[in-house]
Design a binder for this molecule. Structure first.
Ligand code: MRU
Length: 336
């Protein structure tokens, strides 16, 4: 079967598939420069909460490659730079802090670079394993052959492994539980119609793309049995930040009595965050709203509001599928 790998580490370099070019071009970024990787995260050349976490971990490890002087200074500079790239996906901070912990242990050891790369590889392997467990646990939310709607991209491109919500859908499909997938295009950057569609096409899973605003009509026409999306940060009370438009779906799902699930690794739970109110939402530049690719279709003189994420309140979420099981409301995720 075709294998999609968003992040690879080979010959002391990171290899990222440039997600801004997909599905029309398959181009790769090959680098050992943490600054180039920070830029890739900011530009969304690599995106999706778990993929960002794994990529940032490799980037931070690479910051000490071939460094014999001022190692700690260089490391902290890279840590702060990478930390500033995107504010919402908690996996970024989880990945960076794991490498920082390792650095504290080995900062005076000549093998420090090797130790940090080993730690980044472990994080990557854990992510691969978590994706498989999430998919397995997610099977329990299917009770018949279902038509599933999803938002944004939560497949292999968004993780170090095979994905979260889209991996649940993939496994369920190959177990005979999915009839078709409705793919929200996911404005403004079209992660749905570009990336999720590309992955489903490669996997041979039947799908159809729709504008985000068509989701309501699909539900009204009884063409959706189940909704599963991913998450960028989950508060301990279950409030969940995910790609802008997820909250709309959850409200619509409640109105139409359709189960609405989140699928994410427990590394997406922010144990310091009691509720959605404390989640910092990234605001993106209006360039992303007034252009598609290189094509400008409205004036950039207009005011625009472009939050990258929204927060879905816990009471609208039927369940959260993780590698440790499926949790239901009321959510008490602090000790998960
Ligand atoms: O801005 P993006 O493309 O990084 O946003 C990604 C999402 O919102 C995904 O749904 C989320 O990160 C889950 S990825 C498994």
């Amino acid at each position: 079967m075709f294998k999609i790998e968003a992040v690879k580490f080979k010959d002391d370099k990171i290899i990222l598939i440039d997600q801004t070019k997909l599905p029309l071009k398959e181009e790769y970024i090959v680098t050992d420069d943490y600054e180039r990787i920070a830029i890739a995260i900011e530009r969304l050349e690599v995106r999706g909460a778990p993929a960002i976490g794994v990529t940032a971990a490799y980037a931070l490890a690479l910051s000490v490659k071939n460094k014999n002087e001022n190692v700690e200074e260089e490391f902290l500079k890279a840590y702060n730079r990478l930390k500033s790239t995107r504010p919402t996906a908690v996996n970024l901070f989880f990945g960076l802090d794991s490498i920082k912990e390792e650095f504290e242990k080995y900062k005076n050891d000549p093998r420090v670079y090797l130790k940090l790369i080993e730690a980044a590889k472990r994080l990557h392997e854990d992510d691969i394993e978590m994706c498989e467990k999430i998919a397995l646990n997610g099977l329990s939310v299917f009770d018949r052959k279902m038509r599933v709607l999803t938002h944004c991209n939560t497949g292999a491109l968004a993780t170090g492994g095979s994905g979260t919500a889209l991996n649940v859908i993939r496994r369920a499909y190959f177990n005979g539980f999915v009839e078709c997938v409705h793919v929200d295009e996911t404005r403004p950057l079209l992660q749905g119609s570009r990336l999720t569609a590309w992955e489903l096409d490669k996997l041979g899973i039947p799908f159809s793309i729709n504008t985000d605003s068509t989701a309501a009509v699909l539900m009204k026409e009884k063409k959706v049995d189940l909704i599963i999306t991913g998450a960028d940060r989950i508060a301990v009370n279950g409030d969940t930040a995910n790609k802008i438009g997820t909250y709309n779906l959850a409200v619509l799902a409640r109105h139409h009595n359709i189960p609405f699930y989140i699928a994410a690794p427990t590394s997406t739970i922010d144990r310091h965050c009691p509720s959605g109110k404390e989640i910092k939402i990234e605001l993106r530049g209006k360039e992303e709203l007034v252009k598609i690719g290189d094509c400008r279709f409205t004036s950039d003189a207009y005011d625009a509001y472009c939050p990258a994420f929204d927060v879905t309140p816990a009471e609208l979420i039927t369940g959260i599928i993780t590698e440790k099981g499926v949790f239901g409301n009321p959510y008490r995720l602090e000790n998960v």
